[in-house]
Design a protein around this ligand. Structure first.
Ligand code: HEM
Length: 415
């Protein structure tokens, strides 16, 4: 079978659909390795079954050197995974998330007077430093004012580069090397006592964390885990930009948000279902088996199509329609709603920051719809599905920004 990597790069989010039609499983060859494509809730259940698939060695090299790093929780299995994940989830408890949300709301509120004076506000440029300043402060990571632009750029580059070739990819590799170097120094300084982070902060907890065998985390691995928190929080900018895009195209939903007739949490869930972010997640088959008549061999890489599963017509009625009401009342099957991975957060690899992401998005939706007004001038709002990750080409430009109400965090809606 010929290698399909060029077709993947060409089609981006739509590659699995082009390759599989509406099948749930299909064999191909990607990055010179036999690969099984999986799509839909039943396939997601299979993908997250630890007796069939593991994560060690699953992430393709370009992703490891840019997006996730080497030695982090994403590539662990079994007890080592559970132990590391529990540490990360302890940092993302209800209380700790509330602290971070307050910081984000404060940074956003502080930026608004400046936005009022600007002729144009490009959301994709303005939001990342807001999120970066807030998450660094929350994590106990010192961030001098004159380093905000550099560090924000590094965190963004790591997200932007994994599935690209050329300068974007090399920038992502350099960004990871530099950001890891920065945090290795910081973790080392905490361990030798020259820096004292506030107790319970992410920096303090990660620097002190021990592996199940009692050994401290390698300083580089500690840096990788801190970046899992910092990078991913800055990444939420893309969803906020998509939320602005959805509000622009659905003024009737904005009116319902203002009237209190639509929960911003539901709006945010629909943004995460409908708009593209990470196209797929990877695992490796740990034993041979047959599923839906297709043979899976030990060592095959599996890719679960997240974008395709979130738009699977077998579970989502009219899947390309933007309809937050589909989330009213109950959360869908955790293997059908998979923007941040599927299955169980604590025991599996589902995103540790999903609850935080949903809350940041609800805060952002409330702020965009209720705390401020703005105009959306003519601009290129097309979203290329060939570019991964993507966003509206213009970065979403606002003009005539006015502030009507304080930016507030509502923690009563916590789903
Ligand atoms: C833009 C928002 C985000 C998206 C689209 C996203 C997406 C994902 C995806 C697809 C995975 C992989 C799931 C799997 O391997 O099965 C993941 C894992 C992870 N995410 Fe997120 N994420 C986001 C935000 C966050 C935030 C805000 C944090 C923490 C502050 C975070 C921390 C993590 C961690 C630690 C993992 C590894 C979990 C594990 O391997 O057990 N993410 N995320």
């Amino acid at each position: 079978m010929g290698d399909d990597t060029l077709r993947l790069l060409w089609h981006g989010y739509l590659y699995p659909a082009r390759r599989m039609g509406d099948a749930e499983i299909c064999r191909t060859r990607l990055l010179l390795r036999p690969t099984v494509l999986l799509r839909g809730p039943d396939a997601a259940r299979l993908f997250y079954d630890p007796s069939r698939f593991g994560r060690e060695g699953a992430m393709p090299e370009p992703g490891r050197r840019t997006l996730v790093g080497v030695g982090g929780v994403q590539g662990l299995d079994g007890e080592r995974h559970r132990h590391r994940k529990a540490m990360l989830l302890s940092l993302l408890s209800d209380e700790r998330r509330a602290d971070l949300l307050e910081l984000i709301a404060g940074e956003w509120a502080a930026a608004l007077p400046g936005w009022r004076r600007q002729a144009r506000v490009v959301l994709a440029d303005e939001l990342p430093p807001i999120l970066c300043r807030a998450v660094c402060q929350w994590a106990g990571v010192p961030l001098p004012v004159d380093e905000v632009t550099k560090r924000t750029g590094q965190l963004q580059a790591m997200i932007d580069g994994p599935l690209s070739v050329g300068p974007r990819h090399w920038a992502a590799r350099r960004a990871r090397r530099e950001a890891e170097g920065w945090l290795v120094e910081l973790v080392t300084a905490v361990r030798d006592g020259s820096v004292t982070p506030s107790s319970g902060s992410a920096l303090a907890v990660v620097a002190a964390h021990r592996e199940p065998d009692g050994q401290p985390l390698d300083a580089r691995v500690a840096a990788v885990e801190l970046l899992n928190l910092l990078r991913s929080t800055v990444a939420v900018e893309r969803y906020v930009v998509f939320a602005a895009h959805a509000l622009h195209h659905h003024p009737e939903l904005r009116a319902r948000l203002v009237d209190g007739d639509l929960d911003p949490v539901d709006f945010g869930h629909e943004v995460r279902r409908r708009y593209p972010f990470f196209p797929a997640v990877a695992a490796v088959a740990t034993q041979p088996f047959t599923w839906r008549g297709e043979v899976v061999r030990r060592g095959d890489r599996a890719l679960l199509d997240l974008y395709g599963t979130n738009h699977d017509p077998r579970v989502w009625a009219d899947p390309y329609r933007f309809d937050p009401d589909r989330f009213a009342g109950a959360m869908p099957d955790p293997y059908a709603f998979v923007p941040q991975g599927g299955g169980d957060t604590a025991t599996g690899h589902r995103c540790a920051g999903e609850a935080l992401t949903a809350q940041i998005l609800a805060l952002a939706v409330g702020t965009l719809a209720c705390s401020m007004s703005y105009r959306v001038p003519p601009q290129d709002l097309r979203i290329s599905l060939a570019r991964v990750p993507t966003r509206p080409a213009s970065g979403f430009v606002l003009t005539h920004v006015e502030v009507h109400a304080p930016v507030t965090v509502d923690l009563s809606r916590r789903r």
